[in-house]
Each structure stands twice: as C-alpha cells, then as structure tokens.
Design a protein around this ligand. Sequence first.
Ligand SMILES: NC(=O)c1ccc[n+]([C@@H]2O[C@H](COP(=O)([O-])OP(=O)(O)OC[C@H]3O[C@@H](n4cnc5c(N)ncnc54)[C@H](OP(=O)(O)O)[C@@H]3O)[C@@H](O)[C@H]2O)c1
Length: 283
Amino acid sequence: MVFGGTGNVGRRVAERLARAGAAVRATSRRPRTARLPAGVEVVTPELDTSGALDGVEAAFLMWPFHSAEPARPLVDALKRQARRVVFMTGGDARPGVAPELQPTPVARWHATVEHLIEQSGMEWTILSPSTFMANTLWWSEQIKAGDVVRGAYGSLKTVPIHEDDIAAVAVHALAEDGHAGRRYTLTGPEVLTQEEQVRIIGEAIGRPLRWHELTREEERARLLADPGFPDGFVDELLDGYATLIAAPPPAVSTAVLDITGAPATPLSAWAAEHAAGFGGEPR
Ligand SMILES: NC(=O)c1ccc[n+]([C@@H]2O[C@H](COP(=O)([O-])OP(=O)(O)OC[C@H]3O[C@@H](n4cnc5c(N)ncnc54)[C@H](OP(=O)(O)O)[C@@H]3O)[C@@H](O)[C@H]2O)c1
C-alpha cells in the first residue's frame, strides 16, 4: 500500500514496486486521473473505513494532512493488517523529542505520527529526507519568464535530494529485512546554497540563470502574490529558512548509497531530467 501514491515520492515508490513485480495499491482522492502504472490498483485514502487495507503486508505512509488528527484511526487500521510500515516524516521533526515539544506545528504532526507508528507493534522504518529537489520547481515560472530568480536567503545551504532516491530507499525498507526500528536521515550528495542551485539549473537548461536577493518582506509579498504558492505556507517556509540559515551547515548523509548501493543523484542530473519544467528542452 502506497499512501499518497500520486505525490512526489509516493508515485516513485508505486512505480518502483510495480516494476519489481509487487502487487501494489496506491491512494489518490481522484483515482480516475491518478495516472499510475497499469497494474497498480488505485484506491481512495479512507483506509480505516474502506477495506482497502485488506491483505496489505507493508505500507508506505507520508503525511499530507494539516493536523495529526487522522493519525490514530489510520495507524490502528494499518496495524490490524500490515506487518511493516515505512513512514516518510517531515524534515523538521526532531528525533527523540516529544511531539508537544517540537518546534513547529508541522513538526508536531509528524512527530505524533512517528510516535504512534513506533508504538504500533509493526516493524517500522522512518525516513527523514532533506529538502526535495522538486522544491526548485517553485522557481519555474520565474525561470520561464527570464534569467533572474528572485528570492530571500540565497546563501541558505541545503542538501537537496532527488525524490526517486527517497523512493528507492523506501522500496528497500518495504521489501527487505534489516530495516525495522531504524530511522534514516536521507540527503542528496552535495551541500548547495539556493544561489548555486539556480546556477546548476541554468547549466542544465543552457541559460545563464542568476539569483537576485530580496529582503524577507519583499519575498513574503512575492510569495503571497503567487497564485501557485499556498498562502498558509509562506511564513512557515520563511521562518524555516531563517532558522536554518542561523544553524550549522547541513551534513551529507551516505544512507542512500549504503541502503540502495547507488550514489545519491546530483542536482545537475535531476535538473536535466526536469528541464521541461523550467521551459528547457527535455533530455
Ligand atoms: N518538500 C520537501 O522538501 C520535504 C522535505 C522533507 C519532508 N517532506 C515531507 O514530505 C511530505 C510530502 O511528500 P510529497 O512531496 O511526496 O507529497 P506531495 O507531492 O505533496 O503529494 C501529496 C500526496 O498526498 C495526497 N493527499 C493530499 N492531501 C490529501 C488528503 N487530504 N487526504 C489523503 N491524501 C492526500 C495526494 O494525493 P491526491 O491529490 O492524488 O489525492 C498526493 O499523493 C510532507 O509530509 C512533507 O513534510 C517534504
């Protein structure tokens, strides 16, 4: 069972499992437009009431909700059926810290789900990924319109990860023994500032892209005016950036290589793969 089967990571998990010949069910609120591979059974996400968990042995779970409320019935339903669960948590949930002491609402929801899963009796694995390379698509409209990307905190360092590398780890944890009770911090292969990420995308699409620094207030106004960006996430994102820029630089983890045997994908390769999303030629 892949919960969130049309998401950045869930879709890749479902595709990888289907390619490996597993019987796969995946959730979508709109099964008819889910565009999952033939052979993947698409179900709506009311897993605790719909019977969609019948026969499920292992589940990939992510958390798309804006509260932890649905977690208990969902985990209860899951543990009645599944032996194994792999949960992709949110990057800012601090390990070993009680849900109520987590720094942000998003971290509190994720930590609550982690806690329920750890207490569930299922074999659990928690994946804690760094920022997704797909987040760079937030710049796509600016890049389609010109060579300048405007934003705040251009010197912010992250270790962006390809969503497919997270999915590859998830499939190993779903299908193999040896991952129970483990929490994996997953990152891409290189620490990059936001400015460097823009330059790398430019190289992939053959354009001299450059960063233009905005103040936090200018960036806040720009994001609030962007119809494609959820207003409720603007302050949370900027607060997160402000916290991260004041913290020690992030470290590169070798977990993707250690678990899958393949090195984590560099942003240059992700950007070449997604060139069309920035108005470039697909490769
Ligand atoms: N972006 C990052 O940098 C980053 C870093 C670390 C961790 N994370 C974590 O990753 C998670 C997001 O993963 P993602 O980017 O792969 O997901 P995503 O692309 O945002 O996709 C969301 C998935 O959840 C489903 N969904 C949305 N709302 C739902 C609802 N109310 N009920 C049931 N299903 C719902 C969607 O399915 P349908 O629309 O088809 O129903 C879709 O499959 C979050 O927990 C986030 O904290 C993100």
